[in-house]
Write a protein that binds this ligand. Structure first.
Ligand SMILES: [Zn+2]
Length: 334
């Protein structure tokens, strides 16, 4: 895997905010600030053949980000009134946040996969962690004296505003962008309705948070739909094989080549985690989710996890237990 943009990569390494960059004729990336740990979201703007502009993943909604987006647009000769459509890869607020405001400016409908639309409206994007922490604490077997650890901190930090109008997207459909082909590729795993956007004429894949160059994406963040998110995620990774030869433009970090190598690396990481969970289950088959999770390795250490990260760790452990339990007997995990 290698960076496709030296400038963007340098800013990423310096923990800076990259400048807007036109990396294909009429296609730009804007970096929209987020949080210290995830300094920016990459928002993509595509010009159509009728002088209109289309936004993918506008970024988190703050007053200064609204100004930044307007400034970035004016630097490419556009303003808010020139925006003809807005689409997002998934429902998280670092991608969707500004969309509610943006679509209001021009009476548009936000384009979002139908499964994420459902989870956004039902509030399931937060329910996995915050709905009923007492019930979750019992289900996960969290000891009485540790339960307060689940509660401190804001569990709804990831909440997205619900846009006034939504046009649900389906796998395989093409966004209505005159003169361009931008195809929806459903890649569930990070969220139930996560999509990538493929621009075959440009040899380009907008990968959202499904594949990032520098982080292993969280799996099953939000949504409580039927399928196991770990299995879905691995399946969605394989779905991208046809894009390995092109350039990948992710939701964070920097554009890169050799998606195949990156996919392999992430896949290995997921399977290693599954192997670790399988091993822990073998040695303590009766362990609770809490017991198993506390025996796994966590960045920063198990005892230091904040409430939100602890909830996420327990939810992830539960997902992996379910995933490992559903594997065919004898399948080798690393
Ligand atoms: Zn993100």
């Amino acid at each position: 895997m290698r960076p496709a943009s030296a400038k963007q990569y340098a800013q990423h390494l310096n923990r800076g905010i990259p400048d807007p960059e036109e990396f294909r004729p009429g296609i730009w990336s804007f970096a929209i600030p987020f949080l210290p740990g995830v300094p920016y979201t990459l928002c993509y703007v595509i010009e159509d053949s009728a002088n209109g502009f289309h936004v993918i993943d506008p970024g988190a909604d703050t007053p200064s980000n609204r100004d930044r987006l307007k400034m970035n647009l004016s630097s490419i000769g556009a303003d808010l009134g020139d925006i003809r459509s807005v689409a997002v890869t998934h429902l998280h607020r670092d991608h969707l946040g500004l969309a509610a405001w943006l679509i209001d400016q021009n009476d548009l409908a936000l384009q979002l996969h139908v499964d994420d639309e459902e989870d956004l409206i039902s509030g399931a994007s937060n329910a996995r962690y915050s709905d009923d922490l007492e019930a979750l604490g019992l289900r996960w077997g969290v000891p009485e004296n540790e339960r307060k650890r689940l509660h401190t901190g804001s569990a709804t930090a990831g909440a997205s505003p619900i846009p006034a109008r939504i046009r649900p997207l389906d796998d395989g459909e093409v966004l209505p962008i005159p003169g361009r082909t931008v195809r929806v590729l459903h890649t569930p795993g990070h969220t139930r309705g996560h999509v990538c956007f493929s621009l075959p004429d440009e040899g380009l894949l907008l990968s959202g948070d499904h594949v990032l160059p520098h982080l292993n994406p969280g799996i099953g963040r939000g949504g409580q739909g039927g399928e196991n998110p770990v299995g879905e995620y691995l399946f969605s990774l394989d779905r991208l094989a046809q894009h390995d030869d092109g350039e990948t433009a992710p939701g964070h970090g920097y554009r890169f080549f050799d998606l195949g190598a990156r996919r392999t690396r992430i896949r290995d990481h997921v399977l290693r985690r599954a192997g670790e969970v399988a091993q822990a289950l073998k040695s303590t088959p009766q362990a609770t989710t809490w017991g198993l999770a506390s025996s796994l390795s966590w960045g920063g250490g198990w005892t230091n996890l904040s409430a939100t990260r602890l909830q996420s760790a327990l939810a992830q452990t539960e997902m992996y237990v379910e995933f490992v339990g559903a594997l065919p007997m004898g399948l080798h995990l690393p």
